[in-house]
Design a protein around this ligand. Structure first.
Ligand SMILES: [Zn+2]
Ligand SMILES: [Zn+2]
Length: 314
């Protein structure tokens, strides 16, 4: 015979279970895929505001770094990513705002305890740059190997030059495809597409207005595209005292925010993110940026800020 107090116990037990079940269901699952915008201004000038170009894609806790502008190591640490956990690095092109901290990022990972390989990919010149970086730092590296018993970092960084469009990396979770896009006078310049379990992300690299990029990004969930705010180009170039043809470069080799809207519309992406902002350190408001892109794109638009996280699916 069940006594009254046992019934109470059962009731309490099931009531507790009923309460517990939704609590478990409401606990958000850890996102498998996210983008962290590490550095969102375009160009090599270092300032107090936005950091220089760099992005991070995390898939199942594996970090993929896209571009290594000055400050990338510090921004990764700020984002809570241990530097020694970086496994893959992609360089879009060899302008210094995209590669200046490439070698130093791996070096900093090594200083933090790196013991597993890092694979890097980028246009022709990356393999040579990697070799030169280790020559530049030969004294320190060899001293620390000998004195501190560290592994040889030169064996841990495996660089690969990309010479043509196509798949550059395939892991169980992620497929990365490179696509050449013009950034005059640079032609060895690649946009990257990341196909992840939670959606497709395309990074434009620096590029002039290129409708072919819309085909490459067709149907992507997220398009992260560089953007130039044309009305402020004159203000920007008057500040730079040693760049006589800077204005010409900016207009011919970058994409206006308005044209970025055209690309996003033609590609029919779910979400457009404006990053690599030029100017990135003058008072162009979010509204200024999005108003330009909205002229042609009616989907969602985000203006990236440093350390902003975007979880997928979007
Ligand atoms: Zn750039
Ligand atoms: Zn560039």
């Amino acid at each position: 015979m069940i006594e009254r107090r046992d019934i109470l116990k059962v009731m309490v037990g099931s009531a507790a279970a009923a309460l517990a079940a939704p609590a478990i269901a409401q606990t958000p699952a850890k996102p498998r895929t996210k983008i962290v915008f590490l550095g969102t201004k375009g160009g090599p000038r270092v300032g107090l505001g936005r950091s220089n170009p760099a992005n991070l894609v995390m898939v199942n806790d594996t970090p993929f770094v896209i571009d290594c502008g000055m400050g990338v190591s510090h921004q990764l640490v700020s984002a809570g990513v241990p530097l020694e956990s970086v496994k893959y690095i992609f360089i879009s092109h060899h302008h210094s705002d995209h590669n200046l901290e490439y070698g130093n990022l791996v070096y900093n990972g090594w200083a933090a305890g790196l013991s597993t390989p890092v694979h890097s990919f980028g246009p022709k010149g990356l393999e040579a740059m990697t070799k030169t970086f280790w020559e530049l730092n030969k004294f320190d590296v060899e001293t620390r190997i000998e004195d501190e018993g560290r592994p040889d970092p030169r064996q841990l960084l495996i660089a690969k030059d990309i010479t043509e469009d196509g798949v550059v990396l395939q892991t169980p979770d992620v497929k990365v495809t490179a696509f050449r896009t013009p950034h005059p006078p640079i032609t060895d310049n690649f946009a990257y597409k990341f196909e992840t379990p939670d959606g497709v992300i395309v990074f434009s690299s620096d590029t002039n207005y290129n409708p072919k990029l819309a085909e490459f990004a067709k149907g992507a969930d997220v398009l992260v595209h560089e953007a130039l705010y044309v009305p402020w180009v004159d203000r920007l170039v008057t500040r730079v005292k040693n760049g006589a043809t800077l204005k010409k470069h900016l207009l011919e080799s970058h994409t206006s925010a308005e044209d970025v809207g055209r690309i996003a519309d033609a590609a029919n992406v779910k979400l457009l993110v404006l990053s690599h902002l030029v100017p990135g350190d003058l008072d162009v408001t979010e509204e200024n940026w999005t108003d330009e892109a909205k002229k042609h794109f009616s989907g969602r638009i985000i203006v990236a800020n440093d350390l902003m996280e975007l979880k997928l699916p979007v």
